[in-house]
Ligand binder design. Sequence first.
Ligand code: IMP
Length: 441
Amino acid sequence: MNLAIIGTQWGDEGKGKIVDLLAPNFDIVVRYQGGHNAGHTVIIRKDGVDQKFVLHLIPSGITHPGSTCVIGNGVVIDPRALLEEIAELRKKGIAVTPQNLLISNRAHLILPYHVALDRRVESHRGSNAVGTTMRGIGPAYEDKMARRGLRAGDLTDVPSLLEKLSVNARQANSLLTHLGGDPIDENQLLADGKQWAELLAPHITDTTYYLNDESRKGRSLLLEGAQATMLDIDHGTYPFVTSSNSTIGGACTGAGIPPAKVGTTIGVIKAYTTRVGSGPFPTELHDKLGEDIRAKGNEYGASTGRPRRCGWFDAVIARYAVMVNGLDALALTKLDVLDDLAQINICVGYRINGVETAQVPFDAAAMEVAEPIYETMPGWQQPTMGISNFAELPEKAQTYLARLSELSGAPFAFISTGPERNETIIDTALLAKHGLELKIN
Ligand code: IMP
């Protein structure tokens, strides 16, 4: 049985914890879009001591012996970032081998000129800057769509790689200098290219055939999404989005598997909303309460350390995410962050230029002026941290959750009440209905 995990808001919903919890139940864990703009924290136990580690590109299955990790064709890979991540994992005693980490030969590369271009283009946008992670994600996807990108498979043919790198570097340098930036050092790039080829080639293969063959043999796939529905290039708050399809269609195109193989789809959603970078956010709290939620929820970017903007749960976008991704269930995270509040708001609609709507507008400018219409619920003002049994939750927390589920249009398969694996309420009956018999340790 296969399972896809999708972000439902603007990212940072806590997908990492849910994927980490589920990974031991699957044979193969696949990342299918985005790049090292994502970041998710996993706990690695070494010599009896828990160490936190942030993964950016490598699926979290890497910490579980027996899992195979695949970086799919839809991902954009910065070889420097990937090699650093591999080196860090090895330092922590985690084996990373050509057997447990496979890289699609069709995945595009992020090269140093993409990072330089990301910076230049963002500074040219001025007050309309997207607030990117500056990792070169957008420019690398631009090259992919312009049909001039270099792919991981190019690292397996060094003479051709050097030729392509040279042509692309010259083109990028003329654009960079035109934008007032410094050109990148072509000779250094060629020297680096040779080294990346040597180190990464053993991991590079045709993962499309691999995934379909293994799936046919009965091995299960966990499809790990990065970013989220509202950051999707097509369905998010364009242009304040990332450059890939982080909704469910991206799992098919980014892994090379047909829709029927996607299986069950679970959306991860926070009990409130956060966003990093620019762009509309109707339920954003600009007051002390927003700051308190940031402090209690430790809402700082795992990749960039930037403070996240915080706000109330927005059922308009939750319902949209359930619709666009066909979510079978939700995994709610960070319920405990709301424990102290006397009253909790839920956004049930928007008023845009005086007109009420329950739909996400296509236009970021309309979303920018959307006034949230709130329903207010009483807070439970009791600790929920660590509770792993639904019946033990305060009654008011149960009522809040029931209302969120009703408004979103999907049931909760998981409710997370803390960072540890056992701090999770799991609806095993609901998962079993979808053919998922999970062993959670
Ligand atoms: P890019 O993906 O670096 O081009 O950034 C585009 C937008 O997506 C910016 O607003 C980023 O802050 C946001 N973004 C990209 N990756 C993540 C993520 O993993 N979590 C949250 N926001 C992200």
